[in-house]
Design a protein. Structure first.
Length: 151
């Protein structure tokens, strides 16, 4: 455990499901870590692996790729393709020396405000247990970039 660590978590959220769940969580005042930063995308499959890698390179301690539940994708099978792509992302992150706990692909429906918050809290707890990312120390040189401003 790393006392005082506020893990920087970046979530790429599907517009139709997980972003709506995040919005509902905020409206309902459901508590989740304030260190979460959300980037809304139309579908989880639209998140290129390079974006996940870049998030870590720019100081994220963890990245969530949040889509729809299987069979509920607005674009029919985008979340299924994102799942297949996440395997490749995990392999690249492993080659970079980034622990697998730092990246998660999860599904969340638009009505699951508490489920959304629970996923974020679980991720926060896991990151607190394993400590800051090795790449986080390099984040200072990117302070003026848009991505680090989101973190």
């Amino acid at each position: 455990m790393y006392p005082g660590l506020e893990p920087k978590i970046l979530a790429f959220t599907c517009n139709w499901c997980s972003y709506a769940a995040a919005d509902l969580a905020g409206t309902a005042r459901v508590q989740y870590p304030a260190s979460l930063r959300i980037i809304r995308v139309m579908c989880s499959v639209m998140v290129h692996p390079n974006l996940v890698i870049e998030a870590f390179e720019r100081g994220a301690d963890g990245v969530l790729l949040m889509g729809c539940h299987p069979g509920e994708c607005y674009y029919q099978d985008g979340n299924q393709k994102a799942k297949a792509r996440s395997v490749a992302i995990e392999e690249v992150l492993s080659l970079m020396g980034i622990e697998p706990e730092r990246f998660r692909l999860v599904g969340c429906s638009s009505a699951e405000a508490e489920g959304f918050a629970c996923l974020v809290r679980e991720t926060d707890e896991a990151l607190r247990a394993i400590g800051p990312s090795k790449h986080r120390k390099d984040a200072s040189k990117y302070l003026k970039s848009e991505l680090i401003q989101c973190l």
